[in-house]
Design a binder for this molecule. Structure first.
Ligand code: GLU
Length: 303
């Protein structure tokens, strides 16, 4: 009988796990265990230029050192090209994906010449839909999802709603706040949004537990699930860990790899991650890591 709960941890091998990524790993593992469910691991190595050789194996070792063992085989996005191509083909056949010939500069110019206030989020311009009605002589560079076409055809509202298990009710107007987002990049690489949606469904993931910095992607992923006829998982976004400078810990801003050389170092890393989740620390320096199973469980102590 398949597990009723399937969760996952999906690190990008762009470096080793740091204190922030361990919070998401631990939260997703605890939540899966609390529900008697399965915990899958997926290596998100789709953005090959950003991947660091050997980081995938090193991450697996770091997780193993923390006692976080995945159930079942590890899925690698670099081997999933056929599944992503089939999903894109499906969207193209439904008339919901279109080729885009715009460079970043073209997009900026189009926004300026429309003389509207540039709409931007996270400093990225919202795509103005230039190629939605067909390429104008340019070569196709990327593939985009026609969000409005999907919503109209499926009778969906412009505002996508979901309830995050920690953040509560959330909503986003994807056509206005994001626009037609990229499914396949101009450099031929598959976009994160498409890969994550196809893989969560392929791995039977019903519960996504990940860092709050990723919460903004959720509405896009829900629209894409609807377009592909895939189920929408439940979402829980965990608190973001801030560094000493007050910025989010991330590989981009130089977060250091976790030191997991000794049992004490492992315990201290796990205790910090537990603290970030509002869980009580394990007592005693010599407590066994596997006593984790006995901790107050995330999903039963909502904060
Ligand atoms: N691969 C992403 C990251 O490491 C996580 C994606 C996800 O959990 O949806 O930030």
């Amino acid at each position: 009988m398949p597990a009723l709960y399937t969760g996952r941890f999906a690190p990008s091998p762009t470096g080793l796990l740091h204190a922030g990524s361990l919070v998401a790993a631990l939260a997703s593992w605890l939540d899966a265990r609390a529900h008697g469910g399965a915990w899958r691991l997926r290596i998100e190595d789709v953005d090959t230029p950003r991947c660091v050789p050997g980081a995938d194996e090193a991450i697996l070792q770091q997780l193993a050192a923390c006692g976080l063992q995945p159930d079942g085989p590890v899925l690698r996005q670099s081997q999933r090209g056929d599944a992503y191509a089939a999903a894109l083909q499906d969207l193209v056949e439904k008339g919901w994906a279109y080729p885009c010939g715009c460079s970043r500069k073209d997009i900026e110019t189009a926004i300026e010449s429309a003389q509207s206030q540039p709409v931007s989020r996270h400093s990225a311009a919202v795509y103005p839909g230039t190629c939605r009605k067909g390429l104008k002589g340019q070569a196709a560079r990327a593939w985009r999802l026609n969000v409005q076409a999907v919503q109209t055809a499926l009778g969906l509202p412009a505002l996508t709603h979901w309830t995050d298990r920690r953040l509560g009710p959330q909503r986003q107007n994807v056509p206005e706040e994001v626009g037609d987002f990229v499914l396949r990049r101009a450099d031929g690489l598959w976009a994160y949004q498409l890969a994550v949606v196809v893989d969560d469904a392929a791995q039977g993931v019903g519960h996504v537990v990940r860092g709050q910095d990723l919460a903004d992607n959720t509405a896009r992923q829900i629209v894409l699930q609807q377009a592909l006829g895939l189920p929408t998982p439940q979402y829980l976004h965990t608190p973001v860990v801030l560094g000493a400078n007050g910025e989010k810990l991330s590989k981009q801003n130089g977060a250091v790899a976790l030191d997991l050389q000794t049992p004490q170092a492992v315990l201290s890393a796990l205790n910090s991650a537990a603290q970030a989740l509002g869980l009580p620390a394990m007592p005693g320096q010599t407590a066994k890591v596997h006593a984790l199973e006995k901790w107050t469980v995330l999903s039963r102590s909502p904060r």
